[in-house]
Design a protein around this ligand. Structure first.
Ligand code: NAD
Length: 360
């Protein structure tokens, strides 16, 4: 199969969908790979890294789309790309169709085959192509939170790990899912005192089993949250309820209960956030202050660490890319129920029912 790797053109997207290791595997399986000039540059891969493993470099995005039978990407196509996508062409990327009717309409019109990373499932019904980005965001949440606790950026002026003779900082984590556990691991590693809350007792049991004793679990309810916000320095939101908006666990009135300079990192911002005062921010201008409380609500946190994020993402996408290339999309989906769940639009028809439910 002819596989095309375009450069991402969405604002501030520095990841790339295949590493040289991925191209190496595709070439080994006798596929042809066209890489757009500079596609891997912001993730640390030069054109030579790709040609060394057998790819050919093309100058423009138009040439890549024109030649490829399958396009492998990171972000959903943006308006400039709609017209480049051809009938029957496979596009394997994050789409998030539910949040964009114009994208859905454009892909139906293109008669392409859209397989969405975010709806591919594994045997346990979890979403393997979303997991690595939650891992990155969870770990980054502590790194960012620690930075914004510094006084010059209006934080409380607290070093999370403390020093001998001085208490460490306190981190409250809402949600003990992938984001929450990764955040807890990082915060614990810095020496902070960590409280992690969830309504799922199995998750709390897991955390209790695997984390050191300065990570404590507590059942999530309003009473407990109100109690803890008065004493914690960094509050991280990692809530997800599948198919629904996250509940607002931190309400506007609660900000008055917190110490000035407390930092809120709402990782769940991409689903609307789990804090009432959350509004999406960007890496250029990541924070804002309300009632002396610092808010960090960047919607694409992994974009700031493209080298790590690219490798983490491609580690999990590559096996599907190879399968689709080897078997064609129909056979690959037939053989793998989880990949079949990733098929959102094929040949002008929406096949993933949640898109139909959300379209208006
Ligand atoms: N901002 C970013 O760049 C970025 C990157 C990756 C993921 N995310 C987002 O982070 C969020 C978390 O993702 P995840 O992969 O960790 O999800 P997850 O499903 O692994 O974890 C979510 C957890 O929230 C818990 N929860 C639900 N209701 C709760 C409540 N009332 N109180 C306490 N806990 C509750 C669930 O039981 C679950 O354990 C999602 O919204 C995801 O989209 C954002």
């Amino acid at each position: 199969m002819i596989v095309g790797l375009p450069k991402e053109i969405k604002n501030n997207e520095n990841r790339v969908a295949l590493t040289p290791a991925g191209v190496f595997e595709l070439v080994k399986n006798e596929h042809t790979v066209f890489v757009q000039k500079g596609a891997g540059f912001n993730s640390g891969f030069s054109d030579v890294d790709y040609t060394d493993v057998g790819a050919s470099i093309l100058d423009t995005i138009e040439e890549v789309y024109a030649k490829a039978e399958m396009i492998v990407k990171v972000k959903e196509p943006i308006a400039e790309e709609y017209g480049l996508i051809k009938e029957g062409q496979i596009v394997f990327t994050y789409f998030h169709f539910a949040s964009s009717q114009p994208l859905t309409d454009a892909m139906i019109k293109s008669k392409s085959v859209c397989i969405a990373y975010e709806t591919v499932e594994d045997k346990n019904g979890t979403l393997p192509l979303l997991t690595p980005m939650s891992e990155v965001a969870g770990r980054m949440a502590v790194q960012q939170g620690a930075k914004y606790l510094e006084k010059p950026i209006k934080g409380k002026g607290i070093l999370l790990g403390g020093v001998p003779g001085v208490q460490p900082g306190k981190v409250l984590i809402l949600g003990a899912g992938i984001v929450g556990v990764q955040a807890a691991k990082m915060a614990a590693g810095l020496g902070a005192h960590v409280t992690i809350m969830d309504v799922n007792m199995d998750r709390l049991r897991y955390v209790n089993d695997v984390m050191p004793s300065h990570v404590v679990t507590e059942y999530s309810n309003e009473y407990n949250i109100r109690r803890h916000i008065k004493t914690h320095d960094l509050i991280i939101g990692g809530i997800l309820i599948k198919g629904a908006k996250a509940p607002k666990l931190i309400t506007r009135d609660m900000l008055k209960e917190m110490h000035p300079g407390t930092v809120l990192v709402d990782v769940a911002v991409d689903q609307g956030g789990c804090m009432e005062t959350t509004k999406p921010t960007t890496h250029e201008d990541p924070t804002y202050i309300i009632d002396d409380i610092v808010h960090y609500c960047v919607a694409n946190m992994p974009g700031a660490v493209p080298y790590t994020s690219t490798i983490a993402l491609t580690n999990v996408t590559l096996q599907y890319v190879i399968n689709i290339a080897n078997k064609g999309w129909e056979k690959a989906c037939e053989d793998n129920e989880g990949l079949q769940k990733g098929l959102n639009i094929a040949n002008g028809e929406v096949v993933y029912k949640e898109i139909l439910e959300n379209s208006h």
